[in-house]
Design a protein around this ligand. Structure first.
Ligand SMILES: [Zn+2]
Length: 349
């Protein structure tokens, strides 16, 4: 067992910054890059890097996982119609998988077909021709932040610390990738008629669903002694389970991100981050009420990890500071976020 070092918060923020640059590059012609990032993240979780933090990922393994991801998505979205995942013709891998799916329904059966080997070979070629060497190209710059653009014994090598960052930031990576992926699929004109007004595309593509937040109300109300997290006044009944870091910034439900608030406070905050005094209150709550919170989230079957939520928050405040964005100070008050959010995290401000 190799001892694994958690990358510093700074390294993780840089990693997320690079990921965002890649996702924002915007010139994707197919969804392959999203699937590739997902595969890198999944394999980083499942495999142990070498002592110096590198992780070797054989192209063969990446190809098999790539097929697995698209297998589900090659199913018909409406009878005999599959969602298109490229700006021109349908993504070629999906076309191939649709044909195989018509003959065998299950991926496990597809793996036993004689054609499987040729499918994997074809997917390796596809990876080499499309996403693998293009992923890290942003404008005319080659970032090479995750791996060097060359094969070594049929494998790419994740650079030292990259697998650890994928691992530490897995929820964030997954959320960012799914959101970008979903946007691309929804914005393709050819899909719009197919999607219609149905809001089930995310569920179809990723099986994403928002947890039953209502199950958190009682526990949070108890922790907050019946008061709104933001204004501190009593919540007569119900209240609103609010994403402290808004859903649009981090589309995944993790327990510690929830606070209970008035409907009015929640809607005034809208999609903004809360100001530094609220951030301090939230960090303190997560530190001092750790055991009770863990119990509440476990009982509600809500995924939770205080460190992940903390990283997500630090990251999102940094993003807002960098972009000169506003934070909400309660009521109708807002301000531009300065460096003040850093000190509650123990970072120099
Ligand atoms: Zn309130």
């Amino acid at each position: 067992m190799v001892a694994q070092i958690t990358p510093s918060a700074q390294t993780q923020l840089e990693f997320l910054g690079n990921l965002q640059r890649i996702l924002n590059a915007g010139s994707f012609v197919a969804t392959y890059k999203y699937a590739l990032i997902r595969v890198l993240a999944d394999l980083s979780i499942e495999r142990t890097p070498t002592a110096d933090g590198r992780l070797e990922l054989p192209l063969e393994d990446i190809a098999e996982r790539f097929i697995e991801i698209y297998w589900r998505q090659a199913a018909p979205f409406r009878p005999r119609r599959t969602l298109v995942q490229a700006t021109g013709n349908q993504a070629s891998l999906l076309t191939r998988l649709m044909a195989i799916r018509e003959r065998v329904g299950k991926l496990a059966d597809a793996r036993r077909m004689p054609r499987w080997r040729s499918l994997v070979r074809g997917t390796k070629t596809l990876l080499l021709e499309q996403p693998l060497w293009r992923l890290q190209r942003v404008g005319n710059e080659l970032l090479e932040c995750f791996y060097s653009n060359r094969l070594l014994n049929g494998a790419i090598i994740l650079k030292p610390g990259v697998a650890a960052c994928f691992k530490a930031q897995f929820p964030v990576v997954q959320a960012l990738v799914q959101l970008a992926w979903l946007r691309m699929v929804q914005q393709l004109p050819i899909n719009q008629e197919l999607i219609g007004q149905g809001g089930d595309v995310a569920e179809f593509l990723f099986g994403a669903e928002r947890g039953a937040l209502a199950r958190l109300t009682g526990g949070l109300l108890e922790i907050q002694t019946g008061r709104c997290f933001y204004c501190g006044r009593g919540i007569p009944a119900g209240g609103h389970v609010d994403h402290f870091v808004p859903w649009v910034r981090y589309p995944r439900d993790l327990g510690h991100n929830f606070v209970l608030a008035h409907d009015t406070c929640n809607s005034r905050k809208a999609d903004l981050l809360a100001g530094v005094p609220y951030l301090e209150r939230w960090l303190e709550r997560n530190a001092t009420r750790r055991i009770e919170l863990d119990r509440i989230f476990s009982e509600a079957r809500m995924l939770h990890d205080v460190e992940t939520s903390r990283h997500v928050a630090a990251w999102s405040y940094e993003q807002v500071e960098r972009s000169g964005g506003l934070v909400w100070l309660g009521g109708e008050r807002f301000e531009h976020l300065g460096r003040g959010w850093r000190s509650p995290f123990g970072m120099p401000s």
